[in-house]
Design a binder for this molecule. Structure first.
Ligand code: UGA
Length: 457
């Protein structure tokens, strides 16, 4: 089938590449010439395991095209995926200007039946706004609802995780499709069914529902996952106070199949481009509808505080004034296997350490460039603080002569380091671990002063 993907961010690129991989003819559009140039030169503007090789192969076979040509993109695909960004507005609601601009362009240039798919995470009711914008454009062109210029808007939210995006797309737990039940909606549903057929080979994974429920499902899923994390973070703070071990508690409760083991890890809070934004947007949607989502308000509050829980531990151990101290920081991205620094806890932790006078030597396996860029922006009001952070390219360089090691992302390479050389490199052997990577007992035996989240010290 001929597919157009509008927006070459995370979701757009992965969707485009994976659909081309299973044999579709994919046209990817972006308004950002720089991104298109990178893609046409064999690069990929994001770090995502497996994606670059896959796109290189697809380009060589002519199955995927990258372009800024809006008219050509609309004419290409009978299915038009809208996968542009929906950044949070100042009030927390999702900013739909890019989604609506994409819709306008579809209306302006469409030349036959189009299935318009909302792939970006968009608030309940967005499909209706997309439909109105496209219809307005068609009316301006003098086409009413002629069969030739008919269309239907479908909601097909994406559930992939950064760092495992290709795999998640290729092996989805479920595919959610929300369609209208009029004639065009049913035709759109048939086309979506054909499109995704290869993913349903062993058993049916597609869930069909109405458009609003599909839009809602995406937010409810992320809100539920964020709630689990904040719940565990709250439990970990209590575990610290009563002398329990959150890791034992996690195993104890996860064994109940109604709870399960996934997404129960206490840490330095959730970040990324989805949870913080989606929780906020849902709270906002609720308040616009005269309802308060008190649980989600608390989820946000807890997460905000959790990002500094390690700083509190550092202060209790080393005092409020950290001038003259140097911290080795391992892990900067919001989670492993990505260079994404959006809402990463490292930004808050590093800023807090610098504000208390400390020096920071930061290391990350892939996010150094991105970290340098965002921290320069975060700290532009405090240029003196910025001079006290340096970015280094090895774990060892970060450690040499530092007062303590602070771990903020659970990259695999941090899981079993050489503790003897860590001890030798640090001024005194202290680790503040925001991801609970090591066993407190083993650390004690090694003579390392080990502080984790909700675990015995
Ligand atoms: C999340 C969801 O997991 C995806 O299902 C969803 O499709 C995606 O958002 C989206 O809406 O696009 P992602 O943001 O890539 O995916 O990352 P996650 O792996 O979910 O991690 C989010 C944050 O939660 C990270 O900062 C991670 O460190 C934290 N986390 C996760 C915990 O603190 N504890 C856990 O047990 C799990």
């Amino acid at each position: 089938m001929k597919i157009t993907i509008i927006g070459t961010g995370y979701v757009g690129l992965v969707t485009g590449a994976c659909l081309a991989e299973i044999g579709h003819d994919v046209f990817c559009l972006d308004v950002d010439q720089r991104k298109i140039d990178i893609l046409n030169n064999g690069g990929v503007p994001i770090h995502e395991p497996g994606l670059q090789e896959m796109i290189a192969r697809l380009r060589a076979h002519g199955r995927i095209t990258f372009s800024t040509d809006v008219k050509a993109s609309v004419e290409h695909g009978e299915i038009q995926f809208i996968a542009v960004g929906t950044p949070p507005d100042e009030d927390g609601s999702a900013d739909l200007q890019y989604v609506l601009e994409a819709s306008r362009n579809i209306g302006r240039y469409m030349n036959g039946f189009k299935v318009i798919v909302d792939k970006s995470t968009v608030p309940v009711g967005t499909a209706e706004r997309v439909r109105a914008v496209v219809a307005d454009e068609l009316a301006a062109r003098g086409f009413g609802n002629s069969a030739q210029h008919s269309f239907s808007v479908v909601s097909n939210p994406e559930f992939l995780k950064e760092g495992a995006a290709v795999d998640d797309f290729m092996r989805p737990d479920r595919i959610v499709i929300g369609n209208d039940d009029d004639e065009a909606g049913l035709l759109a549903r048939e086309k979506m069914k054909r499109l995704y057929a290869p993913f349903n080979r062993n058993h049916e994974r597609t869930l069909y529902m109405d458009v609003r429920s599909a839009e809602f499902t995406k937010y409810a899923a992320n809100a539920m996952l964020a709630t689990r994390i904040s719940f565990m973070n709250e439990m970990s703070n209590l575990a610290d106070r009563v002398g329990a071990d959150i890791e034992a508690v996690r195993r104890g409760i996860g064994s109940d199949p109604r709870i399960g083991y996934h997404f129960l890890y206490a840490g330095v809070g959730y970040g990324g481009s989805c949870f913080p934004k989606d929780v906020q947007a849902l709270v906002r949607t609720a308040s616009e509808n005269g309802h308060r989502l008190r649980i989600l308000e608390a989820v946000e509050d807890v997460n905000h505080e959790q990002k500094e829980v390690l700083v509190r531990k550092i202060e209790r151990s080393l005092g409020q004034d950290l001038s003259g101290r140097t911290f080795a920081v391992w892990g900067l991205s919001f989670k492993p296997n990505t260079d994404d620094m959006r809402e990463a806890s490292s930004r808050r932790v590093i800023a807090a350490l610098l504000a208390r006078g400390a020096h920071v030597r930061a290391y990350d396996p892939v996010a150094l460039d991105e970290a340098r860029r965002v921290l320069a922006l975060d700290l532009k009001e405090t240029p003196d603080a910025l001079t006290r952070v340096s970015f280094v390219t090895t774990q060892e360089e970060a450690l040499a002569g530092a007062d303590a090691l602070v771990i903020l992302t659970e990259w695999k390479e941090f899981k079993s380091p050489d503790f003897v050389s860590i001890k030798a490199a640090l001024k005194s052997p202290v680790i503040f671990d925001g991801r609970n990577l090591y066993e407190p007992q083993a650390m004690a035996e090694l003579g390392i002063d080990y502080y984790a989240i909700g675990r015995p010290h």
